[in-house]
Ligand binder design. Structure first.
Ligand code: G3H
Ligand code: 13P
Ligand code: NA
Ligand code: ZN
Length: 328
């Protein structure tokens, strides 16, 4: 059954677990997540980016979400807009059956340029009022995602900020977080702690200098009742890098957010953990493997089925690690 983000994260906080929020763009990813959840009795957050909505079409996506909730009636399912950029994106998501929206006002509507604090408060509060009036939940974001290693935001993939950012912008300020939550009435708060979107987060296994988990602890101390959200939380497993590269891939060595650091975050108020890249890599590894080991193959299902199974296993591992398993 469909539930809101607020309902799900309240339960997660009560029982001290975290919920991975997996991005989807197609049926196979949806089925992979739900199969994993069914296998370990976990509640689910499925999220769609603006890019996913234009890739799959709003009607297709929304009927797919309905189908998933009908096929898996016992799995609580929150359907979330990832990185909404303005009121219209959030409103149309709700109209298509999403039970939760992210208004990312840390960036201007172009999704690239860092926005002022006042802009962020105003647009997030407006979306909150609108969404709450119709029973949907809202996630806001304070702080801009980007690398503490380079001192730059992300630009290439269309997410995150353009150009150089100060250290301050890249780490959420705990006192400002208190003010932000009070003024916007968000149900969940995404924070910046040195993670970034995509596969290339860190050039080495992250320590406290480049992955600032202490910021999360400081925010949780001041906002013990606010559900915190970690973006850019793929772990970029070495074995998936190796699998891709063993089958013709050319991914440069990279490091993600270690699962044990996320688990530490969950002990300090993190309730929603955004993961897209790991799922993409799990599928892409299988596409490459089938393509190179069975060169005569041309049935898309022969590529998609192993890809779906690999994504299912990855999702299951996150449900188990974050304590989501057993809480459906
Ligand atoms: O926010 C980042 C997610 O990985 C979605 O990515 O905009 O390419 O669909 P996307
Ligand atoms: P990753 O790129 O680390 O999977 O992050 C996804 C994300 O934050 C979506 O909002
Ligand atoms: Na989101
Ligand atoms: Zn994100």
């Amino acid at each position: 059954a469909k539930i809101t983000l607020r309902q799900l994260l309240d339960h997660a906080a009560e029982r001290s677990y975290g919920v991975p929020a997996f991005n989807i763009n197609n049926m196979e990813q949806g089925l992979a997540i739900m199969e994993a959840a069914k296998g370990c009795d976990a509640p689910v957050i499925i999220q769609a980016s603006r890019g996913a909505r234009s890739y799959a079409n709003d009607i297709m996506l929304s009927k797919m979400m309905d189908a998933l909730s009908e096929i898996y009636p016992d799995i609580p399912l929150c359907i979330h807009q990832d990185h909404g950029n303005d009121e219209a994106t959030c409103l149309t998501a709700i109209r298509h059956g999403f039970t939760s929206v992210m208004m990312d006002g840390s960036l201007k509507a172009d999704g690239k340029t860092p926005a002022s604090y006042d802009y962020n408060v105003a647009i997030t509060a407006a979306v909150s009022q609108m969404a709450h009036a119709v029973g949907a939940s809202v996630e806001g974001e304070l702080g801009v995602l980007g690398s503490l290693e380079s001192g730059h935001g992300e630009a290439e993939d269309g997410h995150g900020a353009e150009g150089a950012l100060t250290h301050d912008q890249l780490l959420t300020d705990p006192d400002q977080a208190v003010d932000f939550v009070m003024r916007t009435r968000v149900d969940a708060l995404a924070i910046a702690c040195g993670t970034s979107h995509g596969a290339y987060k860190f050039s080495r296994k992250p320590d406290g200098d480049i992955l600032a988990m202490h910021v999360i602890e400081a925010i949780h101390e001041k906002l013990p009742n606010t559900h915190l959200v970690m973006h850019g939380s793929s772990s970029v497993p070495q074995e998936l890098q190796d699998l891709i590269n063993a089958h013709g891939g050319e991914m440069p060595q990279t490091f993600g957010v270690p699962v044990e650091e996320i688990v530490r975050g969950i002990r300090h108020g993190v309730r929603k953990v955004n993961i897209d890249t790991d799922c993409r890599m799990a599928m892409a590894g299988q596409f490459r493997k089938v393509a190179t080991t069975n060169r005569a193959e041309f049935d898309p299902r022969k590529f998609l089925k192993p890809a779906m199974d690999a994504m299912r296993d990855l999702c299951r591992a996150r449900f188990e690690a974050f304590g989501t398993a057993g809480n459906a």
